[in-house]
Structures are given as structure tokens and as C-alpha cells.
Design a protein around this ligand. Sequence first.
Ligand code: C2O
Ligand code: CU
Length: 481
Amino acid sequence: MGDPKPASPPHGPWLTRRQCLALPLATMAAGCAGPQASSQRLVEVDLVASPSTALLRGAGQPPVDVWSYGGAVPGPQIRAVQGSRLRVNFENRLPVETTVHWHGLRVPHAMDGVPHLTQAPVPPGGRFRYEFDLADAGTYWYHSHLRSSEQVERGLHGSLVVEEARPPAVDRDLTWVLDDWRLSRDGRISADFAQPHDVAHAGRIGNVVTVNGQPPADLRVRRGERLRLRLVNAANARIFGLQFDGHRPLVIAVDGQPVAPHEAQRNTVVLAPGMRVDLVLDATGRPGERHAVGDVFYPRAAYDLLRIAYDEGELRSTPLPPPGALAANPLPEPDLAVAKVHELRFAGGMHGGLHQAMLDGRSVPFMSLLRTGKAWAVNGVVADSHVHEPVLTLRRGGSYRLQFINDTRWHHPMHLHGHAFRVLSRNGQPTRHREWQDTVLLAPDEKVEVAFVADNPGDWMLHCHVLEHQDGGMMAVVRVA
Ligand code: C2O
Ligand code: CU
């Protein structure tokens, strides 16, 4: 499809790739002789978490102290072809303990990066080797799962792209890691992590939005160009609702999982924390034109994120045919006829009418919960650590329908580890695309039904990805045994 070429992944100095080792046979002799029928490709990367600085406010402004992977925010993009095995040699050079979670990837339990639940925290100076197969193609991300409301906010996250064996033809494959920061007047990351007001309301909404760790820059395109745009919301709490003026991007994947290509409802691509959306964006404007990409999720605080700016000339004059659907990932299809139904009710937050909830085996009044930094409950129970009596125990291999009921006045992106689920209905209305997701946004008072096969054994987190809500007790353990 002519130039420009797909962007190559950024490699920080801490990230090295040693690709093409043959596994599991004859592990020596690491030639790079192309795919071999009986062997799996190993992609090995070194990943270091450490304090560093980032130009969150642009090159003309002082750098901001952050914690990062590979010395950069976001961390280096990890890329590998579907079916590969990924090995990440992780080293913690932070002053605090941490873990790395592979959000959306269906990894074995021991590799899921949840402190105390799946592994011991990695101490300062410690190392941990993460290794797992990349069964599903798509756009994923990795982030700290220890005190996430602080560690993710300080910058500990990066994107992870699992390439399709036959990716759709596009001129450029771009990733936008969207983030939101609360910087204080002196230009530092405000240290009020998980403060009570944020916990009990919408979470930590910041005052600086970045794309790939920088102030959003115009997206320069040429007429006729076709882009694949991978959006990742790495913010603690901010929900994005992106409108592409003058363009009609098609959603081709949600949370990494392919979906029938379609225009987003009301032409607004809604992306809650933790979520990813892949778009195909055809540059149909004319040389010299500029079109806003607006973020309208909070209508009274709508703003233009950036502009799509057309360069001179054109890449092609005849429009391309619409993109086809991506090949499905090997997800087990739940059998809805026999699926067991469970209800998960989320309660709490300000104005929510939660009077009391169970914390540490005691019934605690809401006002006392607030004083201990808690505000949310799942089926009446407030979690105060990752290790918890399971809210559900599911039979391995069984099909399940989960009814998520948002009994609060707030939005909650609910995330399940280790699995992807089909989103069947919202408030009883069947969804049009039955999307596979790992993080589903519930509007206030909304009821969402999802279904999946519990095929991955272990204790898995189910939590709100507004990290202050998670901190405030909005998490639970789902056991698959
Ligand atoms: Cu993206 Cu439990 O996390
Ligand atoms: Cu929430």
C-alpha cells in the first residue's frame, strides 16, 4: 500500500528484543529464518521500572518527575505476533515494591501480576520473570497493580500490541495512549493519591491530558491515507468520548477483540479507564484542512484534544473499500442456554444510598467507611486487599452470565482478569455487536449482562478500573476452580 510505512515500535534503552528463538525444541541456534511449523516464536524483552522524568507539559516546560517503565511514559510498546510466547524480564528499580499486570491478556494465573493474590510483590531491587503465550491478537496494555491509584498515576503503564498473522492493510498503525494527570502548581504530580473526595466521587480527574505522554500534537495526514488507530485509556479515572469531526472512523476492535466494523454510536468513541478501541480512520479531507478531535464525554468540560491536519498532496485519489472484519480470536463461546446466572451489585459512593457494608467481617456504617478511605461495595462487601474470600466460585469450563448492576450515581468500568466476556445487553436491551470486552463501562443505575466461559483456573480480580474506586473497596475475587 505504498508509504508511509507502519510506524516501528519505540524502543527505550531499557527494552531489548531478542526475537526468533525457537521454542520449545532445539532452543539454541537462534536463527531468524521465518516461521517454523512446529516451533513457537519467543519474544523476550527486558523491562525496568524506575524513577525518571517526562515532558508531560511539552518540550518547552520543565520535565515532571514520574515513575516509568523503560525510562519513558508511556513505557515502551511491546509488540509480538499472535501465537508468540512473551518473556518479560522485569526489574524493579523503584523505591517501593510493585508488580506488572497484563491487562486484557488471558495469561496463566501466576503471571497475572496481582500482589499477594498471584505473586509476591517485587521488592525494590528485585526481579520477576513474566512469561506467557499470546493467544489473542489485539491492543492491550500493562501497568502496575500495586497501589495502582498512585503507581499508574505516576506513569507505570505501557501498551502491548499483539499483531494479527495477517493484519489489515493500512498505511500507518498508530497507538494513542491517553492519560490524564493532576499536576500541582509547581508542576509536580499532585501527591494526593486516593484522597477521600476522589474515592467517593468520580475518581481522580486531573488537569492535564496527554497523548503518548506529551501534550496532544496535531495528527498530520495525507488525503486518501488509511490509519489504524489504537486507543488506550491509561488514565486513573477520566473517561474519554472522542468525536472525529469530518471523519467517520470505524471501530474494528474493542478491548483488543475484533468486532464487526461499525461507526461508534452518536459518532462518539467512548473509552473508559482500562479500555482499548481500535479504529480504522480514512483521511477523506483535503489538503490544508484541519478537523478537531474533540473529547465530549463530560459535556460541560468538552475540549479539543487535537486536530487532524492535512498535508499537501494526496496518497491516493480513489477511496479504499471498507475494511473487512479482523479474524476472531480463539475465545470459547459461552453456551447461553445452560449458562448459570449470577448477580453482582455495585453500591456506594456519594449520593448512593449505601447505609452500611461488610468490611473485614463486620458491618460498618457508610460514614465510618469513608473515614477509612472506603466507599464502595460488591454484593455488600468492601474489599480492603487483593486477597479476599471469593464473591463467586465458578466451575472451570462452565458457561456463566453475570449481571452487573450499578446501584450508584457514578460511572464504573468493571474489569475482569484472566478472561474476556461478551457484552449481551444493557438495561435489558441486546447490544448490537455483542462485543467481547474485558472492561465494561456501566453508567449510573445501568444494568449490563455479560457472558463467558470460566476456562482459566485461579482467583481473578473483578474490579472497577477507576483506580480510586478500586482503592475504595470496589473489587472482588472470582474463583475459577
Ligand atoms: Cu488494568 Cu486489575 O487491571
Ligand atoms: Cu468505579
